[in-house]
Design a protein around this ligand. Structure first.
Ligand code: NAD
Length: 356
């Protein structure tokens, strides 16, 4: 099969890590007989420098004309003084809107060879850490009406519609079916009306998934449970604001920002796939970045946009074998231990994909 991929390398370490993910996709293509065609387009600071705007129309067109989108990261100190409407980060909100990306999927997994990086005590980890946060991405307090009153009061309107809750809930239940059949819906239904609607709607959607266990947590308790007993979770389903916070918390307990992929999905099969970390300006251009989060994001693309689970697993297994063999980039190496460059890590993973 042939698949077209829009490639938005972005800023900082973006070009370095995305090049390695493209290499991994090519290795998978060779092994399984697929062709991936890449079309590069500008986003973020790189686009501001080249054409004066953070999200050029051409970039949106290329993304909309592709089967899926692979993104590095945007931003950096060079563009911090840009007006708010043309900051690199603004391009992310813009492209999510243009592509109708309403579901953000963030797996948080602790790789056994990196267990030392986890900030939790080993006894807290129970039978491991392998969960997914499914966060609604286009509603909630971030997109409600915002205003300031003359008396100095500020408002951010928190809103959700039944339709918005239903579509994200269905995503979470479908995801649970591909994993361990357990959804935990997180809200603040003891206080917020939007959360009460959230809970009622999730309960109704759950009736269509009798094979999936559903429970509920208030967000304050969920934040505690993530550090006290994270292995109780399979799929965490939540809104935009709570998901923003909980997905960062879930990521940080794995201890390795350079390892964590993400997907943003729409109603069509087209999604956008990117590492959760930023453009790491402190190490940009030094061939020091860890490309694994981006390579694992490419694996998510194979699974969720192209329905190629065996190909996705080939990448994930290759990453596992490389880590088992002791290969490390600087961010995941123990202090004083040897480490490899970004491109050498990419090459090692490709070799494992081919040999696996
Ligand atoms: P960051 O994630 O870029 O970096 C935080 C720390 O983690 C740095 O020390 C960095 O060197 C390290 N790090 C990050 N990714 C790494 C990798 N793959 N390998 C090794 N080390 C890695 O966060 P920040 O410093 O707060 O932000 C830098 C810029 O990135 C800012 O302009 C910010 O707005 C932007 N940002 C963009 C995105 C995105 O594009 N989705 C997300 C977060 C931050």
């Amino acid at each position: 099969m042939e698949y077209s991929i829009a490639v938005l390398k972005g800023d900082g370490i973006g070009p370095e890590i995305v090049s390695e993910a493209m290499r991994a996709l090519e290795a998978v293509g060779e092994k399984f007989g697929h062709t991936f065609t890449f079309t590069e387009a500008l986003i973020g600071g790189a686009a501001i420098d080249a054409v004066g705007e953070c999200l050029p129309e051409r970039t949106v067109d290329i993304c909309q004309g592709s089967d899926s989108v692979l993104l590095g990261a945007v931003g950096g100190p060079k563009w911090d003084s840009q007006p708010a409407a043309n900051r690199p980060e603004k391009a992310l909100l813009g492209i999510r809107k243009e592509l109708g990306l309403f579901a953000n999927i963030r797996p948080a997994q602790l790789w056994a060879p990196l267990a030392d990086a986890c900030p939790l005590k080993p006894e807290r980890l129970g039978n491991g850490l392998d969960l997914v946060v499914v966060r609604e991405l286009t509603g909630d307090v971030y997109f409600g009406e915002k205003k300031r009153d003359a008396d100095g009061r500020a408002h951010d309107d928190m809103t959700y519609s039944v339709a918005e809750i239903e579509r994200i809930a269905r995503r979470a239940f479908e995801m649970a079916r591909q994993r361990n059949n357990h959804v935990t819906s997180v809200d603040k239904a003891n206080v917020l009306e939007t959360s009460r609607l959230w809970r009622e709607t999730v309960a109704r959607v759950a009736e269509g998934y009798p094979d999936v266990e559903l429970d509920y947590l208030y967000v304050d308790n969920a934040a505690m449970q993530l550090v006290l007993n994270p292995s109780q979770f399979d799929v965490i389903l939540t809104g935009n604001l709570f998901g923003d916070i909980l997905s960062d918390e879930a990521s940080c307990i794995t201890g390795s920002i350079g390892m964590l992929p993400s997907a943003s999905l729409s109603l069509s099969s087209r999604g956008m796939y990117e590492p959760i970390h930023g453009s790491a300006p402190d190490i940009a251009g030094k061939n020091l970045a860890n490309p694994i989060a981006t390579i694992l994001s490419a694996a998510m693309m194979l699974r969720y946009s192209f329905n190629l689970p065996a190909e996705a697993k080939a990448i994930e297994d290759a990453v596992g074998r490389v880590l088992d063999a002791g290969f490390r980039t600087a961010d995941i190496a123990k202090p004083g231990d040897e480490y490899m460059t970004c491109s050498d890590m990419g090459r090692a993973i490709c070799a494992e994909i081919k040999n696996g």
